[in-house]
Design a binder for this molecule. Structure first.
Ligand SMILES: Nc1ncnc2c1ncn2[C@@H]1O[C@H](COP(=O)(O)OP(=O)(O)O)[C@@H](O)[C@H]1O
Ligand SMILES: [Mg+2]
Length: 341
């Protein structure tokens, strides 16, 4: 595999972020007066104790509920923490080995929304429902993630060739940054709008991003033809503006562990080097992040292991910077070797 697109060399260090619109209120665990409108609305709906206001979604493997308003329209999706795959109250049958231990899904759903800067990939608004909430259909009060319901067509048989390069690339960039283990065909919503020629893709279900160790990922888009198209200039600008330290601070505030934050840093650095310095396309990038066989390390995992053998990360913050620096050099070296092959 060699670099095909010769994009100009760009600075790989975090660049200043482009100007952003003020973010909507979406901090977690905030006092009730600062609660986002969606959370307030759902709390109100739950307080009415109407058994018809929630409905268990038949798709997926976790407890996912559609929440209806008084006109019986779906307005939100609630995923209680104690109903995740592998959790005690999972209504769809226990599965022996969930991709990650249960209990962290809500945190990951909220992180996906907060890290989707400028709504680039289009993750729907997502918040914590952080005070236990009661409903006649629930045996116990529940906490979890709450996401805005997005209208979609239920057609997973639609040919992937109909999706725009732009949508596929935006979701691909998002998945690589956060090492999404679970971008399967059900975890895209498809929107068809009257006045738009192509259907739109909306990314959902981010319960399995940011594993503590690099392991296997599932990128449904990897073999779609759009993945082999070169990145658009504005997407390269977006990648260049990603700031791993700002993203790390967001994850830290959400309570993510050091190893999980490190996963984001590694994947973002790899994305920056491969896309910006070597002009790799999404297919080339995704192929290095993915395992060819389930039990064999990916090329990225091997690079990380090499860097780890050179730097002992146990000590302080400075060691982490050192590790990232060594890893960057290894990535550059390995990608250069590929070109020479
Ligand atoms: N924001 C949303 N808007 C509309 N439908 C959604 C939304 N989030 C999830 N769904 C629907 O609920 C299903 C299950 O949700 P998902 O987050 O994928 O949970 P699971 O972990 O059980 O797979 C999805 O396949 C989709 O049909
Ligand atoms: Mg799902």
């Amino acid at each position: 595999m060699c670099a095909k697109n010769s994009t100009p060399k760009q600075n790989l260090l975090p660049a200043p972020e482009p100007e952003r619109k003020p973010e909507p209120k979406k901090e977690i665990g905030t006092p009730s007066e600062n609660e986002p409108e969606l959370v307030k609305l759902i709390e109100h709906i739950f307080s009415l104790n109407n058994p018809n206001s929630i409905q268990l979604c038949t798709e997926g493997i976790g407890g996912t509920y559609f929440i209806h308003n008084s006109q019986n329209q779906k307005i939100a999706v609630f995923k209680p923490s104690d109903e995740e795959p592998g959790a005690e109250f999972n209504p769809k049958g226990q599965i022996s080995e969930p991709l990650l231990p249960p209990g962290g899904g809500a945190q990951r759903e909220v992180a996906a929304y907060l890290l989707d800067h400028q709504h680039f990939a289009g993750v729907p608004e997502t918040y914590f429902l952080s005070s236990p909430i009661k409903h006649p259909n629930f045996k116990t009060p529940k906490m979890g993630s709450l996401q805005k319901y997005v209208e979609n067509i239920e057609n997973h048989d639609m040919s992937s060739s109909r999706f725009t390069v732009e949508d596929v690339h935006k979701i691909g960039i998002f998945d690589v940054r956060l090492m999404n283990m679970d971008r399967n065909e059900e975890n895209f919503l498809i929107q068809v709008k009257k006045d738009e020629k192509s259907p739109r893709l909306i990314p959902i279900d981010h319960s399995y991003i940011l594993p503590p160790d690099l392991s296997f990922v599932w990128f449904e888009w990897l073999h779609w033809k759009q993945a082999k198209e070169p990145f658009l200039k504005n997407h390269l600008d977006y990648i260049a503006a990603l700031d791993i330290h700002k993203d790390a601070a967001i994850l830290h505030n959400l309570g993510f562990k050091k190893e999980e934050i490190k996963t984001m840093m590694i994947c973002t650095i790899f994305l920056k080097i491969s896309a910006l310095k070597f002009g790799y396309n999404l297919f080339q990038i995704g192929s290095i992040v993915s395992r060819k066989k389930l039990t064999e390390e990916s090329e990225l995992e091997k690079m990380v292991r090499r860097a780890e053998s050179l730097v002992q990360v146990e000590e302080a913050e400075a060691e982490e910077e050192k590790f990232l620096e060594v890893l960057s050099k290894i990535i550059i070296e390995e990608l250069q070797n590929k070109i020479q092959k």
